[in-house]
Design a protein around this ligand. Structure first.
Ligand code: ADP
Ligand code: ADP
Ligand code: MG
Length: 458
């Protein structure tokens, strides 16, 4: 086992990885930008190095500085967390060429599955159902128009390097398709330095269902069941749960098996997520693989009892996963809500500031993963996630009741957050009945909420 690991990330996921290491008796080296000086996760690490100014492009995204910190800190492995360099195959390759284990898949597997167009090709070969769309990247406007004519409007323009909901445009006719192609390519070039885009049929009111995967270097690849992440805003998840409350048993089993087939076909190892959208007739279609730990991994940890971050570390150290597929349970129901520092009055723009008061929920069934505390100042530099509230109860109904009371206990002052919106969601009949889809929040919920209600619901 490793004696020392560098955590190449910040915020709640850096803390999550450090906690896993502590429980395993592994020392940690943390890194930070000037904006994160004094952050809580740094005090829990055994060593910490400043790697540059606030801008991520000058710090958390600089491979050479992170490798230098790893050399000085004398670590055997690097955990990349999510976001930043976590899906950068070049980074994974550089780590290994420096004899530092990258805690994630091989760079070859990451390259194959991290690029969406290439992942879809592997899925096609593995007989995993795909959303109808272009065969690969779109090379010209006329090609896009021909594909859209074949599959029918509306279509979705997507960036092959996309992530975090960026670089996506819906087109309803040839004119909006032409405009959308340009806009998506520009956005993708800016965000991912890769302007490649492809087309998919836009599935109306789908559910987002994804499968957690864990695979070792001994030929084992398992699924840890599914998560439903249908409640989204601008293609960004807000609420995630396991198990799905709506999938028929046979579809659920097929979907989980399809995900395992796909990762096996790519020789994928470590933790990963295979994402699908499910239409109103319960047909499922593969959309992408996230070749890393995900924000919403705790819901799968709670229903399976498997620590995903510790498992990632063990797999990277060469250990064999100590269970069989039939021994992975899915017990009770778990729900996660993302608490973001966002201002609903400003179109949910990030709401930096100091947390002047903080009272956290607790009691049975409640887990809170967060790097913030009373007095913490959220800067303008990074994403707006300030914490994840996760509940686990024997039934979905009990989990929702637990979520409602935990959100009611939650008090944050000094900044605007998504808590009022989450409280509202937790009480909606449509949510309780499982009748939501990826467009629900923007199509149904937000238009019915008045401005004061978005900010305070009590
Ligand atoms: P998850 O399902 O884990 O929430 P997201 O796609 O929402 O996955 O991404 C998690 C985090 O990683 C977010 O902070 C998001 O902005 C960031 N992220 C995801 N993909 C990319 C990417 N390709 N480039 C940069 N950041 C990304
Ligand atoms: P990202 O890498 O940004 O996470 P995804 O391909 O996972 O991109 O898509 C993000 C979200 O966009 C999905 O969860 C879903 O809500 C929506 N989406 C993606 N593809 C389609 C599609 N073909 N039809 C309808 N919605 C889609
Ligand atoms: Mg996705």
């Amino acid at each position: 086992m490793f004696q020392r690991i560098l955590v190449a990330n910040r915020g709640e996921i850096a803390l999550r990885v450090i906690r896993a290491c502590k429980e395993m008796g592994i020392e940690t080296v943390a890194i930070f930008s000037e904006a994160d000086r004094g952050a809580y996760y740094l005090s829990l690490a055994d060593e910490a190095y400043c790697i540059g100014p606030a801008a991520a492009t000058d710090s958390y995204l600089l491979i050479n500085r992170i490798i230098s910190a790893a050399e000085i800190g004398n670590v055997q492995a690097i955990h990349p967390g999510y976001g930043f360099l976590s899906e950068n195959a070049h980074f994974a390759e550089v780590c290994r060429s420096c004899d530092i284990e990258f805690i994630g898949p091989s760079h070859e597997a990451m390259q194959k599955l991290g690029d969406k167009v290439s992942a879809k090709e592997i899925a096609r070969q593995a007989k995993v159902p795909l959303v109808p769309g272009s065969d690969g990247l779109i090379n010209s406007e006329s090609e896009a128009v021909a594909v859209a004519d074949r599959i029918g409007y509306p279509v979705l323009i997507k960036a092959t390097a996309g992530g975090g909901g960026k670089g996506m445009r819906v087109a309803t006719d040839p004119a909006s398709l032409q405009a959308g192609l340009k806009a998506a390519a520009v956005e993708a070039e800016k965000a991912f330095k890769n302007s490649g885009v492809y087309l998919e049929k836009y599935i109306e009111r789908p559910r987002h269902v994804e499968v957690q995967i864990l695979a070792d270097h001994h030929g084992n690849a398992f699924h840890l069941w599914e998560r439903d992440c249908s409640l989204q805003r601008r293609h960004q998840k807000l609420v995630e749960e396991s198990p799905s409350s709506t999938l028929p048993k046979s579809v659920r089993e097929e979907l989980c098996k399809a995900a395992v087939r796909l990762v096996k076909a790519a020789d994928y190892t470590n933790a990963g997520t295979v994402e699908f959208i499910v239409d109103q007739d319960d047909n499922y279609y593969f959309i992408e693989v996230n070749a890393r730990i995900q924000v919403e991994h705790p819901v799968s940890e709670l229903v399976t009892g498997i620590d995903l971050v510790q498992s990632q570390i063990r797999v990277s150290a060469g250990e064999k996963l100590p269970f069989k597929q039939s021994e992975i349970p899915c017990r009770g129901a778990a729900i996660e809500v993302r608490i973001n520092a966002e201002d609903p009055a400003q179109g949910f723009r990030g709401s930096p500031g100091t947390i002047t008061q903080l009272r956290l929920p607790g009691g049975p069934g409640v887990r809170f993963d967060s790097h913030v505390y009373q007095g913490y100042t959220i800067g303008p530099n990074y994403d707006s996630l300030i914490g994840k509230l996760i509940v686990h109860r024997p039934t979905r109904e009990a989990a929702i009741a637990c979520l409602q009371r935990a959100l009611d206990e939650f008090m944050v002052e000094g900044i605007k957050t998504t808590i009022p919106l989450l409280r509202k969601i937790s009480r909606l009949e449509a949510f309780r009945n499982g009748q939501v889809d990826t467009t629900f929040i923007e199509r149904v919920l937000l238009p019915t909420m008045t401005q004061p209600e978005r900010e305070h619901d009590r």
